[in-house]
Design a protein. Structure first.
Length: 79
């Protein structure tokens, strides 16, 4: 009888361990999805910031050309 009780206990513990392992696996899949989304968002943000920096440099160059073209003393327009 004691052997049957021990076998039942081992089976119950194994079942509990399997259930927790499935929960852990599901959580890991969610974490993986979150990391992939974060990585994609980070790459997109990096590309956007590079585009913004290029646009700002281009705008600065354009303003410098206008100032040069109209002959304004750059010191005269500084606040």
């Amino acid at each position: 009888m004691l052997l049957v009780i021990l076998i039942v206990a081992v089976v119950m513990l194994a079942s509990l361990a399997a259930s927790r392992l499935q929960q852990t696996s599901a959580s890991m899949e969610q974490i993986t999805g979150t990391v992939e989304n974060t990585s994609a968002s980070s790459s997109e943000a990096n590309q956007l910031s590079q585009s913004a920096a290029e646009l700002a440099r281009g705008t600065g160059d354009t303003v410098s050309q206008v100032v040069t073209t109209i002959g304004v003393d750059a010191g005269a327009i500084s606040p």
